[in-house]
Design a protein around this ligand. Structure first.
Ligand SMILES: Nc1ncnc2c1ncn2[C@@H]1O[C@H](COP(=O)(O)OP(=O)(O)OP(=O)(O)O)[C@@H](O)[C@H]1O
Ligand SMILES: [Mg+2]
Length: 356
């Protein structure tokens, strides 16, 4: 049987070749999804060769992501994001943010050129307008149209829970909490505070160093212990970490430290939830309390959803659910937005450039 090839009108061909990208630009990791099926995660770090000898070993660079971490002896590493927003300390921060975005957009293309690149980028709920504009300036160099939206909104959009729902996104730099009321959240429906994973790592490192004087512990070792064992409430079993003391490996019980540092973020979460719940219409509060969503890498802390429920027992029925895929839900929500909302309507959702 002969297959009839229909000739598509010119404009459709151009649109077919349009690249839509959803980016969750995180302090620790950047996740990207595109309408060409790309689904990529990279560490948010850019490495520049230290000197001419390093350059001979690793090339001119810059080197991005895990590859940069692996070759760190040859590189000056630059983490362009701090506390969820682009660092504004030096020209290099700006350059590194540009390299990171260029890198992920090029991966999102999946090897084929695009007639236009339209991207939606997530930032913490209350990132300043200045920082959003800085990000757009960078995006302008690799995209034709770009929109910056708040991270929890991307999560809510992906889940289709745009009304009477509260999203808690526990990232590395920030915890973002956002009340969804059917539209794009207003500034006072969102709060951000700096008690994400990095805060937990710092506290865990010093707690273990205090409990076991002389033990060799770094923030990165503390982070690995956390990622493997983080919990609140009752532990399933003791948390035993193999660390070095006087150069020799020794096993240490760090159960209490892991519990204490993980629990240390709960009071702020509950306090901010109290405030956000009151901002819902009284008739909607009951429903919002049954629709609390935990997202971000920190949502993997065992027992966290139950502890939030317990601490909010005064409110009646409270239901806290963890998202299935904290790694990609933000970028998936951004891509869904980019696919479903025509670019000329993007200015209604966030700060942008490039729409007609
Ligand atoms: N099992 C786990 N338990 C607790 N924390 C974890 C676990 N797995 C990952 N994390 C932490 O989650 C954080 C990364 O989460 P995420 O990717 O959501 O952050 P991010 O988007 O890069 O940061 P931000 O949104 O603040 O810019 C890191 O601090 C990481 O150590
Ligand atoms: Mg994040």
């Amino acid at each position: 049987m002969e297959i009839q090839q229909q000739k598509l009108p010119e404009t459709t061909l151009v649109q077919q070749n349009q690249l839509l990208v959803g980016i969750d630009l995180g302090t620790c990791r950047t996740a990207v999804m595109s309408n060409r099926g790309a689904q990529i995660m990279t560490r948010s770090v850019v490495g520049y060769p230290k000197d001419v000898i390093s350059e001979r070993m690793v090339g001119e660079g810059p080197i991005i992501g895990q590859d940069a971490v692996s070759k760190r002896n040859f590189l000056d590493l630059c983490y362009p994001l701090a506390d969820g927003v682009i660092r504004e300390a030096s020209e290099r921060d700006y350059d590194a943010a540009f390299e990171l975005i260029k890198h992920v957009v090029s991966l999102a293309k999946q090897g084929a050129e695009a007639s236009s690149v339209c991207g939606i980028i997530g930032v913490p709920a209350r990132a300043s307008i200045m920082n959003k504009e800085l990000l757009l300036d960078i995006a302008k160099e690799v995209m034709n149209v770009a929109l910056v939206v708040s991270e929890p909104f991307m999560v809510a959009y992906k889940l289709g829970k745009l009304s009477n729902c509260i999203v808690i996104d526990i990232g590395a730099g920030t915890v973002d909490i956002c009340g969804m009321k059917g539209t794009v959240p207003a500034a006072d429906d969102q709060v951000t505070f700096l008690k994400g994973g990095d805060f937990i790592d710092e506290r865990l490192e010093s707690a273990i160093a205090r409990r076991y004087p002389g033990v060799q512990i770094t923030e990165s070792v503390a982070c690995s212990i956390k990622e493997k064992h983080a919990f609140v409430g009752q532990p399933d079993k003791p948390v035993i970490a193999k660390l070095r003391m006087d150069g020799k490996p020794v096993e240490f019980d760090v159960t209490e430290d892991v519990r204490a540092v993980c629990e240390s973020i709960v009071p702020d979460i509950v306090e901010q939830l109290d405030t956000l719940v009151m901002k819902f219409d009284p008739e909607d509060q009951e429903e919002a309390l049954k629709n609390i969503i935990l997202a971000g890498g920190g949502s993997r802390i065992k027992g966290l959803s139950q502890m939030i429920v317990n601490q909010m027992s005064d409110y009646g029925e409270v239901v806290v659910t963890c998202v299935d895929d904290p790694d990609y839900i933000g970028s998936a929500g951004a891509l869904k937005l980019a696919t479903e909302i025509p670019t000329d309507k993007w200015p209604e959702i966030g700060v942008m450039f490039g729409a007609d």
